[in-house]
Design a protein around this ligand. Structure first.
Ligand code: ADP
Ligand code: ZN
Length: 524
């Protein structure tokens, strides 16, 4: 009969369909939502594009009271609230950029229990008067988006987030959901400790199989970038650089090469930045060249490539930034240009900072980033391992898997370099060393009489880039040293002696001068 046919559809599924228009939950969503509805704290770690917002938006509709969402970004709040209102959900936001009348209206709605979801910035939430108001209401859930911002271990620590630790004392019975796309083990533990939650944790895979990771030795960065971008057929991409000056330079160069490219960094006005972001979203710009200031909260699904022109600050930052590619699930590229000397430079900067725990954290981050860049194993395996996710198989979709490093008998190359270092008195940097090897008649070579040395020109048959790569490997292998305290002079280590005498074998990796931009797999 009729009643038997009407098996009660569960409330979560029916809300999912009727309000959000989705037929099924994505991996992890139902589990989180059930836990929260049962009053349990949750730590949700899902990759970008995984569907984190639904994890608090749906409970907000099912639970009786108000759900407060903490978000660091005004633009993101506005986007989410706009689309919630469109689907008929009563949502609003409060932030510092808002006209006073507007915020008063929101507060009034909140007081009359007319709101299901309220987005606030952390500093706004923690204002004493606002906390008092919340105490007069029925708050069902606190959802803390971008929760890694609470941790100094995270890649984007924000002091205003640190104060969110008070929430638990203030509202001991309201469940807290912390959400982030990127948090390694230390960051996860730190988030829980700071929020004083012992959560049910949900971790979906960190893997972004549609992103192809490539780390290329930075040899002639400008050329390498030009070639790489030329192979991208005008699709959208982001190029990250470590300084504003570099950002401006690279953007200008790309424009001269005929690309629609704009610079984005903290030195630009608010309007200029909004304009760049807007045009990029509307596909009116191909490339945004940016410092790390760009990206958090940009919700552009068809970014086809992300380039790191300089080494990222940490593996987490790298994962987060590359994660902006391919949110639509289509094949995308992540290219990093890596110069080992950048590690020395960053290390030097950290050494200048105040000694203490924060400095140790920075050293640790840099070391893991360096280890990632220097690893000669599947990039994805290294990355997943970093997030404690087992990955037993090489991925088949990174530069190491697709084009395994080739080794050659490098003894002769090494002898040429090491003897040349010796001849020039261990007092010159890499560029001068290469000039002598390649038989340059530059002023600095002639002035010092280095064109008269027996090692002048012994490497002229190979390119500058080839020797750069060999020298870096010799440094990496501990045969030579680069002394940053003495103008980056290259010096010899005792172990060089055996190589010079030919007493040992030495395998070197063949330099990869051209970045492989293998044809994409078909994207449908
Ligand atoms: P995140 O915050 O984790 O980066 P979002 O919450 O922005 O991801 O969700 C990414 C996209 O996935 C959005 O377009 C969202 O509408 C969609 N989405 C989320 N959950 C589902 C679902 N269960 N079924 C289909 N699409 C979903
Ligand atoms: Zn791989």
């Amino acid at each position: 009969d009729q009643a038997a046919l009407e098996t009660p559809v569960d409330q979560l599924s029916s809300t999912l369909q009727s309000v959000f228009g989705y037929r099924t939950f994505r991996e992890g969503q139902r589990e989180v939502i059930e836990q929260i509805c049962a009053g349990q704290d949750c730590l949700v770690i899902m990759p970008t594009g995984g569907g984190k917002s639904l994890c608090y938006q749906l409970p907000a509709l099912v639970l009786p009271g108000l759900t407060v969402v903490v978000s660091p970004l005004i633009s993101l709040m506005k986007d989410q609230v706009d689309s919630l209102i469109q689907t008929g959900v009563s949502a609003a936001y409060l932030n510092s950029s808002q006209p006073r009348e507007e915020s008063l209206q929101v507060l009034q709605k909140m007081r009359y229990g007319e709101l299901k979801l309220l987005y606030v910035s952390p500093e706004r939430l923690l204002q004493a008067s606002f906390i008092d108001r919340l105490h007069e209401l029925n708050v069902s859930l606190f959802a803390i988006d971008e929760a890694h911002c609470i941790s100094q271990w995270g890649h984007d620590f924000r002091p205003e987030y640190a104060a969110l630790g008070q929430l638990r004392q203030q509202f001991p019975y309201v469940p807290i959901m912390a959400l982030t796309a990127t948090a390694d083990k230390a960051t996860r533990a730190d988030i829980c400790e700071r929020l004083t939650i012992t959560p049910h944790s949900l971790l979906t895979s960190f893997d972004r199989p549609n992103i192809r990771y490539t780390v290329a030795e930075k040899l002639n960065a400008a050329n390498q970038l030009r070639q790489f971008i030329a192979a991208q057929n005008g699709t959208s991409g982001i190029v990250y650089c470590s300084s504003r000056r570099r950002v401006d330079e690279v953007a200008e160069r790309l424009r001269l090469q005929g690309h629609q490219a704009e610079a984005y960094h903290a030195g630009k006005t608010q309007e200029e930045r909004a304009d760049v972001q807007d045009r990029f979203l509307k596909d009116q710009l191909d490339i945004v060249v940016a410092t790390v200031a760009f990206g958090m909260g940009i919700n552009k699904s068809n970014v086809r490539y992300v380039v790191h022109y300089d080494i990222p600050k940490s593996v987490e930052a790298y994962y987060q930034e590359t994660g902006r590619a391919g949110r639509d699930g289509l094949d995308s590229e992540a290219l990093m240009l890596f110069d080992p000397a950048d590690i020395g430079r960053v290390r030097h900067l950290i050494e200048q900072s105040e000694p203490g725990p924060q400095q140790q954290v920075e050293f640790h981050k840099l070391n893991t980033m360096a280890a990632f860049a220097e690893a000669q194993t599947c990039r994805r395996q290294v990355l997943l391992h970093y997030f404690d996710e087992p990955a037993n198989q090489a991925c088949g979709n990174c530069d190491i898997c697709l084009d395994p490093p080739k080794k050659y008998n490098g003894i002769q190359d090494a002898q040429k370099v090491l003897s040349c270092i010796y001849r020039i008195g261990q007092r010159f940097g890499i560029n001068h060393l290469i000039e002598v090897l390649r038989g340059s008649k530059s002023a600095s070579v002639i002035e010092r009489g280095h064109d008269k040395l027996s090692t002048w020109g012994i490497g002229k048959e190979k390119s500058h880039e080839h020797w750069l790569s060999v020298i870096r490997q010799l440094i990496h292998l501990g045969l030579a040293n680069q002394d940053i305290t003495r103008g980056s002079s290259v010096t010899l280590n005792p172990s060089a002696r055996a190589v010079l005498k030919g007493e040992v074998e030495l395998l070197l990796a063949e330099p990869r001068i051209v970045i492989q931009t293998t044809k994409r797999r078909s994207t449908n």
